[in-house]
Design a binder for this molecule. Structure first.
Ligand code: FUL
Ligand code: CA
Length: 687
């Protein structure tokens, strides 16, 4: 029945009320979510916790030969950790029950490489159980990560491993209560211990080897409500496409039949597989690393991640790692709590709530589909128009003028994702002014951050393109908190660089917290030392803004590149991570540096190329030191793990036994996607 007939029928019945006979809801369009996926997408935010043997070795990827005896988190208290997550506004947590190193943090029957072999609680402990119980106690959801890649298992890469692996899935899903999500990491195959074989194993197509189709069936049989992350093209949720948490915009919850379509998804894709942005709260990596306190992400940085993940319709999983004692890092926790405060302030008031809305059309003139459903604060009610109308408009009149800088809109995703583009106008001095002409997808939700706050009482939402008639659940106007200034600290040569410019900033270099009388930063401030530099903005009334800190290595002023076997080496020590030493020649390439004077070295760090390319990125290395540039001692050798997905600065402790070094030499022994060696920056840190 079309609207005209409906209207006529209404008129014939002699009714004078505007409400026509009940209109039918729009039919679902394309792929739609399961009820479990809808519930999951509304969680928005939960924790990741990487905690296992890597916590003790400082590695990001264990090789598989680590001794479980290291694992002894004396102060581990799952309840305390979960309570912190809950306070941080996280709706659940996912624990790495087994990472690539194969160590199982629960008493599994599938392998000997497990928690019973650790001294912790006399081998009677079970980290999975403690986390699952703590989640129940505090009322957040529990989830788990079980790496398919197992660098410990002797049978990895062969059929024999699969029994053990399926057994692990069964144990985790049968013995610990509801699991809201299980993660099947995409990193697979390569070097490993493999029961002592110490070789490289290739598994071919992951989907075929693990048989994800079978795994998914098995999981549905045990826990039908569990969201399956990854698992080839059989899962319920997908990777967001980077380990920075960001997803792309425009953003679709739909994907192609047999494709990941990571950060963007696919418009009109055949399957509903929403994205999850994953990232860490600390720049140091997924696992806890010694001295990482200086590398925590600021609440403002996390806010940006929030807008770029949740604000584009994805979920955000934020990793907060536990340390060797089983405790979260206080610096991470402080940032998590401030991040929560910023979000609370953002959501404190929706200026559009309760606003009058008039739609250019209302489906069947039925109140059930009224445009004011967009401002009722109820996610399940929505504004709908007739099926052939793809570009409706609505005028929103706020109870009183408001100042806002974030526009948040949500589609009724139970009916599929439809909208391609939209604009928002504001009535300013009697004229419509377009305040956002870049709106593309909406989906689960979109948050459009305006370049500057807008004050208005009347707004207009114009849907300018849609695959099918739009169904809009919510329209909100929010205001970001006025951000506190957090200085960023770096150094070029001996020149300290503390930003932002034009803001009075005080700083210290002795590890103490700055106070209003600490030295004021000026553009010609020099510092040749190494260690923690702390800074804070000096505000009105002699108050200080939040303190930020950065650990500086040995000052590179006067350093010389003595030689490289290929390429121009200066870019590796120019204090600029955007430039890189690239030595694309075949074989191991070397760079030798003269620091000008001798130092006792504690560690070095490597920043891989930061230009978005992985070609020739060094992922295995040798690091040597020398007092005279002739006699060399190997001080470290190993692997930089996970660079492809997460190309961050990695720190490596040296075993140089107190030897003085004026020279160091870095050699790449293996590269990603090609040959040669590269480094965007090399830093060394003193004892
Ligand atoms: C990646 C892994 O390789 C990292 O170590 C980490 O666990 C991250 C969440 O996923 O693929
Ligand atoms: Ca609504």
């Amino acid at each position: 029945m079309n609207s005209i007939t409906k209207f006529l029928l209404g008129a014939l019945a002699g009714t004078t009320v505007i409400s026509a006979p009940a209109a039918e809801a729009p039919k679902p369009y394309g792929a739609i979510p399961t009820p479990q996926q809808v519930e999951w997408q509304r969680m928005e935010f939960y924790a990741f916790i990487h905690f296992g043997l890597n916590t003790y070795t400082g590695r990001e990827w264990g090789y598989g030969d680590e001794d479980p005896k290291m694992f002894d988190p004396k102060s581990f208290n799952a309840s305390e950790i979960v309570e912190t997550f809950k306070k941080g506004g996280m709706k659940g947590m996912i624990y790495t029950a087994k990472h690539h190193d194969g160590f199982c943090a629960w008493p599994t029957k599938t392998t000997e490489h497990n928690i019973t072999k650790t001294p912790w609680k006399g081998g009677k402990g079970d980290v999975v159980k403690e986390f699952a119980d703590a989640c129940k106690k505090h009322g957040i959801k529990f989830g788990t990560y079980l790496s398919p890649w197992d660098r410990n298992h002797a049978e990895y890469g062969r059929p024999g491993y699969l029994d053990a692996y399926y057994g692990q899935i069964r144990e985790l899903l049968s013995n610990y209560g509801p699991v809201f999500e299980i993660w099947f990491d995409g990193a697979n195959g390569g070097d490993g211990y493999y029961g002592g074989a110490r070789e490289r194993r290739n598994i071919g197509k992951a989907d075929t080897y693990y048989n994800f189709e079978h795994i998914v069936k098995m999981i549905r049989g045990i826990q039908p409500n569990c969201i399956i992350w990854g698992a080839g093209h059989h899962g319920d949720a997908r990777w967001g496409g980077s380990e920075k948490g960001h997803v792309n915009y425009p953003h679709w919850s739909t994907v192609a039949k047999e494709g990941g379509n990571a950060g963007t998804g696919k418009r009109g894709g055949e399957r509903w597989v929403p994205a999850e942005g994953d990232t860490t709260i600390n720049h140091a990596g997924w696992f806890w690393h010694q001295g990482q306190a200086g590398r925590v992400k600021s609440p403002e940085t996390l806010m940006q991640v929030w807008f770029d993940s949740v604000g584009r319709g994805a979920n955000l999983i934020l990793n907060v790692a536990a340390d060797k004692n089983g405790k979260l890092d206080p610096a991470d926790v402080a940032s998590l709590m401030e991040f929560k405060k910023l979000r609370d302030e953002l959501y404190a008031k929706d200026f559009a709530r309760g606003a009058k809305v008039s739609g250019s059309q209302v489906r069947g003139k039925d109140k059930k589909f009224a445009a004011s459903n967009m401002t009722d604060g109820k996610i399940d009610t929505y504004w709908a128009v007739e099926d052939d109308n793809l570009t409706p408009t609505a005028i929103i009149t706020l109870p009183k003028p408001a100042t806002f800088d974030v526009i948040r809109i949500r589609e009724q995703i139970r009916l599929g994702q439809r909208v391609d583009s939209f604009n928002v106008d504001a009535m300013i001095k009697g004229k419509w002014v377009c305040i956002d002409n870049g709106g593309k997808t909406i989906g689960n939700q979109v948050m459009r951050v305006l370049p500057a706050p807008v004050t208005a009482q009347k707004l207009r939402l114009r849907i300018t393109g849609s695959q099918a008639t739009p169904c809009i659940s919510e329209f909100s106007l929010l205001k970001q908190p006025a951000g506190a200034i957090r200085p960023t600290i770096s150094r070029v040569g001996d020149q300290l660089v503390i930003l932002p410019k034009d803001t009075p900033i005080v700083y210290t270099t002795d590890g103490s917290n700055p106070n209003p009388n600490s030295p004021k930063y000026t553009a010609n401030a020099k510092y040749e030392g190494a260690g923690m530099v702390k800074a804070a903005a000096l505000l009105k009334g002699n108050k200080l803004g939040p303190v930020t800190q950065t650990k500086l290595g040995i000052c590179k002023k006067g350093w010389k590149v003595i030689s490289t076997s290929n390429g121009k080496g200066q870019a590796a020590i120019d204090d600029n991570p955007r430039t890189a030493w690239l030595a694309p020649a075949e074989g191991n390439q070397t760079i030798t540096i003269d620091m000008g004077k001798a130092h006792q070295l504690d560690s070095f760090s490597y920043i891989p190329r930061q230009d978005g390319q992985t070609k020739g990125m060094t992922d295995r290395y040798v690091f040597e030191i020398s007092a005279d540039g002739k006699q060399w001692t190997k001080a470290a050798e190993g692997e930089f793990s996970n660079l492809r997905a997460n190309p961050i600065e990695l720190n490596v402790k040296l075993k140089n036994n107190g030897q003085a070094a004026r020279y160091f030499r870095f050699t790449g022994t293996h590269a990603l996607d090609g040959s040669g060696t590269s480094a965007a920056e090399l830093n060394v840190f003193p004892k």
